[in-house]
Design a protein around this ligand. Structure first.
Ligand SMILES: *[C@@H]1O[C@H](CO)[C@@H](O)[C@H](O)[C@H]1NC(C)=O
Ligand SMILES: *[C@@H]1O[C@H](CO)[C@@H](O)[C@H](O)[C@H]1NC(C)=O
Ligand SMILES: *[C@@H]1O[C@H](CO)[C@@H](O)[C@H](O)[C@H]1NC(C)=O
Ligand SMILES: *[C@@H]1O[C@H](CO)[C@@H](O)[C@H](O)[C@H]1NC(C)=O
Ligand SMILES: *[C@@H]1O[C@H](CO)[C@@H](O)[C@H](O)[C@H]1NC(C)=O
Length: 421
């Protein structure tokens, strides 16, 4: 049965699959989002730990900020010595990454892995990166001719799956989780677990049927709080999933989403770092402060809110609005203590036992090849792309892909493809 393109029925699918040259005999499927510009967005990877790992080790496996890893999972960062806390094998984590557009397809190319003795491409793909990548994809990304000879200490690019879909799902702000299907999963259970519907998952992933298999990678939309930061801010495009936190502005500002309203709420982060002023100009209000006065016309609400991180400065904006009702006390998503065991809880659900080979040892020397972890502002530079389908995007896409012809370009712009990889 032919897969259906997302939100747009175009009967050219097979041609496009051939054009993209993504058909192979391997049976796992994954969702491909064609893209047209160099913008990137925030995305999440659903990752299951293959062994016990410190917070900092998980972070360096993906070359991300450990604090961003913790806040994305609502883990309390005020816990003592949190970066050295050991997270248990089989724990499910959401890994915040930046999703870019590479050769017309959304993917993340910011992860590198330094090989250790006894690594094989299969163990790196299936065990260490928990099925988020295949051995063939690593082989291809690194132009490896003979996968049986991996030098120890060799640095490999690990391409990882991600989607942006314009930061929306059904016109509401959303961030996309790349989810590796497990043996025990059904589409119904995944939809329930992430508070979405089967129809939505099928649309997003351009699926022709509800059949899924272990190893397939689904794009799962998570409702989120979008930001409205200016393009010149280094954290432009900041988007925070419901029920979690993000840290930004060089660890100075913490933003949360939910549980009540899906309006992004930012306030000073309780981390011992030196920060530029977070006071709103011409007022005594600090970032995150909201005051109100009941008047005959309604509730006069004044708030000092976050306007982005610009050239090392925290931008604050003071705004006053007349609202029908006065706001209540700000609600925060519940924080969890750093997990030490894997429970049956839905956010930290157990995954199948990791591959036994090479799974028992704690890697001590996972070194990011760039030599430096990304700065302390995890979302810096990771902007949500300009709206797909705007006139200018259409033009640049035309230029890039001019040989493909118009209708095809339109299709590529609007569709995702659920393809074997
Ligand atoms: C956000 O999360 C809260 C609790 O986790 C839930 O009650 C609420 O329905 C969620 N909102 C949306 C829009 O999913
Ligand atoms: C304003 O925000 C600061 C920092 O979060 C907080 O300490 C203070 O209590 C707040 N003041 C009011 C009036 O809400
Ligand atoms: C709301 O309050 C601010 C200052 O507290 C005041 O300047 C403004 O005029 C008030 N607006 C309304 C509509 O009452
Ligand atoms: C940031 O600083 C650079 C040079 O220091 C300046 O050219 C640029 O305009 C500044 N950006 C903003 C938004 O202030
Ligand atoms: C992308 O999202 C923006 C709002 O965030 C919306 O205005 C625009 O229409 C969307 N574009 C597409 C192609 O969905």
């Amino acid at each position: 049965m032919p897969p259906k393109p997302r939100r747009n029925d175009v009967p050219l699918l097979y041609n496009i699959i051939l054009l993209l040259n993504v058909v192979s005999l391997v049976s796992s499927k994954s969702t491909i989002e064609p893209c047209s510009n160099s913008d990137s967005c925030n995305a999440l990877l659903g990752y299951t730990l293959y062994t016990d790992l410190k917070v900092s080790e998980v972070a360096s496996l993906f070359q991300i900020d450990p604090i961003a890893l913790l806040t994305a999972n609502s883990i309390d960062i005020s816990y003592p010595d949190i970066e050295n806390h050991i997270l248990p094998a089989r724990l499910f984590l959401k890994i915040p990454i930046s999703c870019s557009c590479v050769d017309g397809i959304r993917k993340s190319l910011s992860t590198h892995y330094k090989t250790r003795p006894s690594d094989t491409l299969a163990s790196i793909a299936d065990s260490i990166y928990a099925g988020l990548v295949s051995a063939d994809q690593i082989k291809e990304a690194n132009s490896i001719d003979d996968p049986s000879v991996l030098d120890v200490g060799q640095t490999l690019l690990v391409p990882l799956p991600c989607t942006c879909f314009n930061g929306t799902d059904n016109s509401l702000p959303a961030i996309y989780l790349s989810y590796v299907v497990r043996e025990v999963d059904s589409l119904t259970a995944i939809a329930a677990r992430y508070s979405t519907t089967i129809t939505d998952l099928m649309n997003v992933n351009a699926m022709g049927s509800t059949a899924i298999k272990a190893g397939d990678i689904l794009a799962v939309p998570l409702p989120a709080c979008a930001s409205n930061l200016p393009r010149y801010a280094s954290d432009f495009g900041l988007i925070v999933p419901n029920g979690s936190y993000a840290i930004t502005a060089s660890h100075c500002v913490q933003c949360s989403c939910g549980p009540g309203s899906l309006n992004l709420y930012c306030m000073p982060a309780a981390l011992a770092v030196s920060c530029s002023s977070m006071q709103c100009r011409n007022s005594n209000l600090m970032l995150g402060n909201v005051t109100w006065k009941q008047s005959s016309a309604g509730c006069n609400v004044t708030s000092c809110s976050y306007g982005g991180y610009v050239n090392g400065s925290i931008i604050t904006t003071l705004s006053t609005s007349l609202q029908p009702r006065c706001p209540g006390v700000q609600q925060f998503p519940p924080l969890v203590i750093p997990p030490t065991t894997v429970t049956g809880d839905s956010s930290f659900a157990p995954a199948p036992a990791p591959l036994s080979e090479g799974g028992g040892k704690l890697p001590k020397t996972i070194v990011p090849t760039t030599g430096s972890l990304p700065g302390l502002a995890p979302f810096a530079g990771a902007g949500v792309g300009a709206p797909l389908g705007s006139a200018s995007d259409g033009c640049s896409l035309m230029n890039q892909l001019s040989s493909f012809g118009g209708p095809l370009v339109l299709f590529l712009l609007l569709a995702s493809i659920w393809v074997p990889f």
